[in-house]
Write a protein that binds this ligand. Structure first.
Ligand code: GDP
Length: 191
């Protein structure tokens, strides 16, 4: 299943009632705005523009569900970190995120973090969001911007912060670095 040939957009959910039926397995992708999340999703599912829907103005606060295989889903969470997001919008999507968290289908979380920034406190907060049974995997994105030594240092720093609570890897949608590793991790979680 690691090639995700059948990947297709399912629904943009504005309310928990619109979520797909809670059977099977799903993995959520989250990262601050501009972290490279959409590019990572497209690289992993090998679609040039699967995750573009989430960028459409007005839809950035929605949860986008994609079906990778029958009853196997990827959930694209809204990018966080826009200081300008009005409080009223924030209040609207927090219940969405909370409803997602308690779904039986949710197996874990991919956190996308720009490798030049490393893990921010907000990224680290996601580890608290994850429930004890959830797995967390960090993609240190845009790794093509770092040389080998810098990449190794960023990975070590992330591993120290995560201290066994999550796994991490270097990732570049642009160069394809780490795409196979990310696909394998996702496929195992969804199996
Ligand atoms: P999102 O807002 O988190 O969904 O991020 P996008 O996927 O839209 O990417 C944000 C910006 O980072 C865009 O300008 C992308 O071209 C760039 N970007 C994304 N992935 C990579 C990568 O692997 N390498 C480099 N150099 N740039 C990237």
């Amino acid at each position: 299943m690691s090639r995700f040939h059948e990947a297709r957009f399912l629904i943009s959910a504005a309310a928990p009632a619109q979520f797909p039926v809670d059977v099977g397995a799903e993995v959520a992708f989250v990262g601050r705005s501009n972290s490279g999340k959409s590019s990572a999703i497209n690289a992993i599912v090998q679609r040039r523009a699967l995750a573009r829907t989430s960028k459409t103005p007005g839809r950035t606060r929605l949860l986008n569900f994609f079906e990778l295989a029958p009853l196997r889903r990827l959930v694209d969470l809204p990018g966080y970190g826009y200081a300008s997001v009005p409080e009223v919008e924030r209040r609207a999507w927090l219940p969405l995120i909370d409803a997602l968290r308690t779904r039986a289908s949710l197996k874990g979380l991919f956190v996308i973090a720009d490798s030049r920034r490393g893990l921010t406190p907000a990224d680290q907060g996601l580890l608290e969001w994850a429930l004890p049974g959830h797995r967390v995997h960090v993609l240190l994105s845009k790794a093509d911007k770092l040389n080998r030594g810098e990449g190794a240092a960023v990975l070590r720093a992330a591993a120290a912060i995560l201290s066994g609570r999550a796994t991490a890897q270097l990732f570049s949608a642009l160069k394809g670095t780490g795409v196979a590793q990310a696909q394998d991790t996702l496929a195992v979680w969804l199996a």
